[in-house]
Design a protein around this ligand. Sequence first.
Ligand code: ZN
Length: 250
Amino acid sequence: MRYLWAAGSWGTVLLLALLLVSTSGCKGPRLLSTDEEIRLGQQAGDEFEQEHGRDRDQRRNAIAARIGSRIAQAARPPDYPYDFRVLADDEVNAVAFPGGRIYFFRGLFETLGYDEDQLAWVAGHEAAHVARKHAVRRIERSLGYELLIQLVFGQDTGGQIAGLVAGLMLQDYGRDNELEADRLGLEFTKAAGYDPTAALAVLDKFAQIQGKDPNRLELLFMTHPGNTTRSDAVKSHLRQRGWSGKYYRP
Ligand SMILES: [Zn+2]
């Protein structure tokens, strides 16, 4: 706040008073608390899960649980209750809801050859969207606090708000957030004890699918930014950190 003051001038006193009032009244949009954010993600996730169905395959669920618990340890702080689940959906995709609910789509496992380093980087990328609050900030911007709080308190009986939230979660976050999630995903992957260079194998596979059959790769890792930009950014981060592995040696 700027101080405007001239002794003895009532006009200025009035102006100062007005400034104080307008400054204190201008707080910006109300944001969800962390507890509200977590509850929102769980409500919207439950609805999303009902639509797609849970995958009951033991092997895939065991992999998701194993990777999930290691990435959850690495993804702190902040301390979200990360919860990784598998959907019975053959799309090649993954999606993160606010507060730590993260879904692998079944199709991702086949495409990545059940390679746990590669799956771990995808998990790390999604966890980064949660940790950096990309997910919750976008839905707050799009839908506003008043609407979301209805979902938080279970007043969304028809599931319409949950549907809107899920729709937003399935879009990409734009270039800067995606690159940040790629980078932070590398950090989480490495800290969780996986090979972070596997990120390059994932990006290669997505580029191949995109070239052959653009419709199959639903929304994960598409459009912004391009795969080449992302691979280059990943390589440069690996070089900076001095990390090498199966898919890259600087
Ligand atoms: Zn992303």
